[in-house]
Design a protein around this ligand. Structure first.
Ligand code: GLU
Length: 293
């Protein structure tokens, strides 16, 4: 009797092992995902959607040199955010030719993710609690800080406490414009607002505003482009941890992207990506620690 139950037990274990070894894919949409890309993210509705579409739609910026920038002549995207986006896409099974870039300005990011207009968003997108009520974030993959861009010949603005009476430009729906307002760093009537930072920079060059405020990483890119005209001044006065935005309920995709980012941080890819993009300006960056909430 005992022998018999042992044999039955072994048989049962053997069967279970066979089943495990084969990694039988669960039924449902994720099976299609595995077949099409060779990668599975079980339980991710976003991943299922992109697999069905045969492409990944990534929300990006197009006017932030060094981060997310589209060359007007070649139409090619470049920058640190773009490279991070490409890396994540590749590890999800979508090579460069299967990426559909969609430009979404700061104010439209949450809604673009909620509507499913983009599968993920990679564009200087600060992780914060307010945004977390609407979307989820993988990351952070970079930590920036709010700073100021002024004309090179202006010595009257040296930091955030020298902005009173000055016209300060920033972008609708961004954390920096909120901070300028909340901390009353200049008068409400002196706050000038656009959809994109390059519009602010144009106004700065045209002397219609006195400063542009947003993340130092963004401002350094503009300063590098117009080195003879513009400079970044003062110490950064906030912490802006950049995350990859995705649908709020898609924990499976968030975990998967965090694994991808951790791999890139560990194997040197993050560092070489930084060095070949943002790091070219000479500034160093500390590796971020992922926030696995
Ligand atoms: N990181 C800030 C934010 O997410 C400013 C940059 C931007 O507008 O993308 O609001």
């Amino acid at each position: 009797m005992r022998m018999r139950s042992l044999v039955v037990g072994l048989l049962a274990t053997g069967l279970a092992l066979t089943a495990c070894g084969k990694e039988v894919a669960p039924s449902g949409p994720s099976t299609t995902a595995a077949a099409a890309t060779g990668v599975t993210v079980t339980g991710s509705p976003t991943f299922d959607r992109m697999t069905k579409a045969g492409k990944i739609t990534i929300g990006v910026k197009e006017d932030q040199p060094g981060l997310g920038f589209r060359d007007p002549t070649t139409n090619q995207f470049s920058g640190f955010d773009i490279e991070i986006a490409r890396l994540v896409a590749a590890k999800l099974g979508f090579d460069a030719g299967k990426i559909n870039y969609k430009v979404v300005q700061s104010a439209g990011r949450e809604q673009a993710i909620i509507n499913g207009d983009v599968d993920i968003y990679v564009g200087t997108y600060t992780i914060n609690d307010k945004r977390k009520q609407q979307v989820s974030f993988a990351g952070p993959y970079f930590i920036a800080g709010q700073s100021l861009l002024v004309r090179k010949d202006d010595s009257s603005i040296t930091g955030k406490d020298t902005l009173k009476g000055k016209k300060v430009c920033s972008v609708t729906g961004s954390t920096p414009i909120g901070r300028i307002r909340d901390q009353q760093l200049t008068e409400p009537s002196n706050i000038v607002e656009f959809q994109g930072y390059s519009q602010c920079v144009d106004k700065l060059v045209a002397k219609e505003v006195d400063a542009v405020t947003t993340d130092d990483a963004i401002l350094k890119g503009y300063a590098a482009q117009q080195n003879d005209l513009l400079k970044v001044v003062g110490e950064p006065f906030s912490k802006e941890p950049y995350g990859i935005g995705l649908a709020k309920d898609d924990k499976a995709l968030r975990d998967k992207i965090n694994d991808i980012l951790q791999g890139a941080l560990d194997d040197g890819t993050w560092q070489s990506t930084y060095d070949s993009t943002l790091g070219k300006s000479g500034s160093t960056a500390t590796k971020p620690t992922l926030d696995r909430y």
